[in-house]
Design a protein around this ligand. Structure first.
Ligand code: RTP
Ligand code: MG
Length: 147
């Protein structure tokens, strides 16, 4: 069982796509264990995107993610890290397939609606950046036995 940090970025919140995005992960059978609408601080954004610190677009990325509220979530399930990235689609809109979140809704590359952790290590570090342990709820979900 894995956990991942997923985040509807400011473009997704502004476009009213929170519900659409949440619904996809619910229908897939993953379990939501934490969620909140929040204004990311510059410190949190710089930590979150630390791996891109040397890239030319780092400043723009931090500006974008702090430009308005985001919807941060922690989802749980078997292989949720890889499977949720598959559901998100590729970073570049020209490569993101129809049927994926980005493929269905994103039309301009940097504004690609959603973030998802790319490894168990990033998931742990990203969850810790945005959530306190007591904000994550473990609970039994009867449907899990059917998935
Ligand atoms: P994310 O981290 O947001 O889930 O996206 P990702 O893994 O698919 O892509 P990553 O390579 O980690 O890039 C992080 C985000 O930076 C923006 N980006 N801008 N201007 C550019 O050339 C450029 N390249 C990437 C995108 O918003 C991307 O999601
Ligand atoms: Mg990434």
């Amino acid at each position: 069982m894995q956990r991942t940090y997923l985040m509807v970025k400011p473009d997704g919140v502004q476009r009213g796509l929170i519900g659409e995005i949440v619904a996809r992960f619910e229908r897939k059978g993953f379990q939501l264990v934490g969620a909140k609408l929040m204004q990311v601080t510059r410190e949190q954004a710089e930590f979150h995107y630390e791996e891109h610190k040397e890239k030319a677009f780092f400043g723009e990325l931090v500006d974008f993610i702090t430009s308005g509220p985001v919807f941060g979530m922690v989802w749980q399930g078997d292989d949720v890290i890889a499977l949720s990235r598959l559901m998100m689609g590729k970073t570049n809109v020209m490569d993101s397939q129809p049927g994926t979140i980005r493929g269905d809704f994103a039309a301009h590359t940097p504004k690609n609606l959603i973030h998802g952790s790319d490894s168990p290590e990033s998931a742990e570090r990203e969850i810790g950046n945005f959530f306190k342990p007591e904000e994550l709820l473990g609970y039994d979900k009867a449907i899990n036995r059917w998935i």
